[in-house]
Design a binder for this molecule. Sequence first.
Ligand SMILES: *Cc1c(COP(=O)(O)O)cnc(C)c1O
Length: 460
Amino acid sequence: MEPRYISTRGGVEPVDFLSAVMMGLADDGGLLLPSEMPDVTQELSSWRKLDYPSLAYEVMSRFIGSAIPEADFRGLIARSYATFDVAEVVPVKQVGGVFIAELFHGPTLAFKDVALQFLGNLFEYQLARTGGRLNILGATSGDTGSAAIHGVRGKAGIDIFIMFPEGRVSPLQERQMTTVPDPNVHCIAIKGTFDDGQRTMKSVFNDIAFKHKFSLGAVNSVNWARVLAQVVYYFWASFRVTETTGASLVQVTVPTGNFGDIFAGYVAKKMGAPISRLVLATNENDILSRFFNTGVYSQGAVSPTLSPSMDIQVASNFERYLYYRLGKNPEKVREAMATFAKEKSLTVPGSDPDFAAGRGDTESTLATIAKYYREAGYILDPHTAVGVSVAEKNLREGEPMVCLATAHPAKFSAAITRALGADLAHHPTLEALKTLPTRKVLLEPTVETIENYMAEVLHL
Ligand SMILES: *Cc1c(COP(=O)(O)O)cnc(C)c1O
């Protein structure tokens, strides 16, 4: 059976993989999901022996079917991970009492490269086959924007527009976007928060006439191809750690913002990856950790923290999880989302044994960075440190803890300096950015302003 994709809200005819990827957000305002989750428990012992690109092929091809011929797809994966600076792509290291899966070896030094290098190549491949054009619109709290830009810079048939909250991303994160000279890259600083940007983006995508006229595509974590590429490293890391320790299952802790990364872990677990439980870690913006501990998903105000890529109160991928939690019932999802839109809060009874959750505040983030440096000589970035601090409270006998390391510490030198008393984390890629010229425009986060700007740039 060919994989088919449905909307969480039930209002879209089932589509194939490439249509799902090109659609981004579903046309009914929901999110796309595979209609069936493949069960791969029979494959695990052979998959353990594979290198990263081969494993990526096996995991992802289950969701792609015949949409892309095997040789093309293997080539596409090879190109996507050749830009990483280590052969393993995702090294897994024992550090103190936990295992760190380093997801930051791509061009922008954050885990989003794992998905966005792949997505850029996928878009390019598909546009070359169809002769189409694509205009990507994204909203970022920091890392998505630069990873998306580096995924598509210079690619034919693609323009990319990235909104980021002015003054709320780290100076280096901003430079990783605004120093890219390719003419298909357009950086938009918005006067507002990340949530303002995300809401504006969703509204532009909900303007169906505009979406079609401008061939709009998404790279935010709502795009199914991004989730899919992230599923791979849950298998990879759990294989490495079960091999090293002899344990049969591992826990995985995930520093969480938009629920994209951890949703990929949920998919991997559903498919049969050797994972006992996912540990969700948030910073002070804790809507998700509150949800998993109380059943109430209620929006607070966004407060800036040391881990800006997790400064999110409305998690765009949460609806995908909700679909499963509400018994795969689109009607219930529509109701829940309508309640949330009206009341900024929704409640789901019961709990989910697949998840534990906790929050790491500024103090524990700094203390965790200091502790791991002191005891293991390893520098955690502040996002990873939020995860590790929550992981330490959720250790279980006989189930090794894998902590996803989502960024290189050199991206967040202010936090590192605060934690360690000196700016000890460096990376040559970032040093090189400091002297390059930058480009951006400053705009209001309204649908009209953004649509007008795109029309002007694209002469449409
Ligand atoms: C995006 C990001 C996160 C959060 O990931 P989500 O998929 O949004 O939950 C965590 N850490 C870093 C460094 C990130 O860039």
